[in-house]
Structures are given as structure tokens and as C-alpha cells.
Design a protein around this ligand. Sequence first.
Ligand SMILES: C[S@@+](CC[C@H](N)C(=O)[O-])C[C@H]1O[C@@H](n2cnc3c(N)ncnc32)[C@H](O)[C@@H]1O
Length: 247
Amino acid sequence: MIDYDAESDCYDATRGGEPRAVAAATSIERLLPHTARVVVDVGCGSGIVTRHLAGQQRLVIGVDRSAGMIRLASRRLPRRTVLGDATVLPIRSSTADVVLMIWVLHLLRDPEPVLAEGARVLRSGGVLITTVDKNDAPFRAPSDFADVTAAARRELVPQASDHHDRILRLAADHDLQPLDEATFVGIGQGRSPRQWREHIAGGHVAWCQGTDRARIADLCSAISSLSNQETARPDPIYSLVALERRR
Ligand SMILES: C[S@@+](CC[C@H](N)C(=O)[O-])C[C@H]1O[C@@H](n2cnc3c(N)ncnc32)[C@H](O)[C@@H]1O
């Protein structure tokens, strides 16, 4: 996994900054029950999304296991952040109205213990909102880049830990049932073919890591054959699911 302590200083700027955070928060807000008073943002990172959800009638608590990220989040949400692991949340059972997991489950080898912990802290009728299929987002809108990488992705991308159907299946084991779905756009995050080649060559694309160099060279060569090398392709579209705790 990425070292988020090391990443913290450049995190906001390299993850779409405020436009992405506002788009995410706006979609999350639509999924929140209007009665939600206690919201726990698990893996809150720098708090860039979290802070948009706080309000006079709503207590929002950010939890993250990276001290570097929590340091940033605590500036945005003073006295509302806590260092902690998603598998042992420092939150009492059945006390949260909403648990958020935004851009978190795709990082985990096994999301089950984290979903179980989310279910534990939710009260009956509470809602867990998570992103799913995070790494598919840049390929969702039709584009020549999606087409040219499709075969390589089929070959190299393992079953994602945050795969939509997998999350729904695991969630059901913890009495979390599908309630609603939404999307948000990673505004300004669309990359040009040249930027994608640099991103892949720089080792920043998870599904290319550990792959034979010749295979990566072939992929980059196919990407370099696309026209308009400097033109950003469509912004990624991220998916959210809301799951209600039934017991
Ligand atoms: C990609 S960032 C997302 C941050 C934030 N949710 C956002 O949308 O900007 C993932 C965050 O999850 C945190 N994280 C990963 N695994 C975790 C775990 N087991 N417990 C708590 N935080 C975790 C990382 O430290 C990092 O800050």
C-alpha cells in the first residue's frame, strides 16, 4: 500500500483537490439520511472530503491510521479526528448513524474485517457508504484510452478488493443491505495519454506494478499511438454504494 505519511503533503493536490472533494461530498450528502447526526469517516485522509460533511446538526469524526494524514485532517476538523485502524475503530458499538469509506476498500487485501467493524459501530438503521470499483473509474466513460488498455486490464487487473458485487456479498454477511447508489466525477483528474504513460512508467498504476517490463513497454507503445497525446481524456467517474444496517 502507498505510504500515506510520506504522501500526505502532496495528497490533496494529486487527488483532484477541492473540486474532487466537493463532488464527492455532494454525492455523499445525497445518500445521507436526513436524520444523520453522527458520521464516522473511516480512512478520512487529509479530511478534504470529511470537512464538507460537518454541520451544526451533525458531528463528523475522522479516523485514519496515518499520522501524517490525521495531522492534516485535524487542522480541518479540530478535535474531531482520531488516529485509529479501520479494523478496530475507536468508536463504541451501535453509536454511528453513518459510516463512510471513501477510496479505502480498494487498498485492502481483505475488506471483510473493515466492513464488519463498520457494521459494529452503526446503529440499527444506520448507513454505510463506500466507494466501489475505484480503479475502474478512469475507464468508465468511453474513450480511445479505455479501448487501447482494455486487453491489458483484462489480463493484468486482478479481482479488485472493492469490486461492487464482492462488497455487497461481504456486506450482507454483516446485515448490511443495499439501499442506494450514486456516482461522482473526479473533476480535473482525466489524464492525457502522455500523462498516463508517465504515470505507468513511474510505477503509480497498481495493476502495472510487478508486471514484466516488455509487457509494460508494449502497453505504453500502444498508448503513444493514440492521437492528441496532450489532450486529457474524460474525468474518472467514481461509484458509491449505500448499505443499510438491518439489525
Ligand atoms: C486514498 S486515501 C482516501 C482519503 C479520503 N477518504 C479521501 O477521499 O480523500 C486512503 C486513506 O485510507 C487510510 N487507510 C488505509 N487503510 C486504513 C486502515 N486499515 N485504517 C485506517 N485508515 C486506513 C490511509 O491512511 C489513507 O489516508
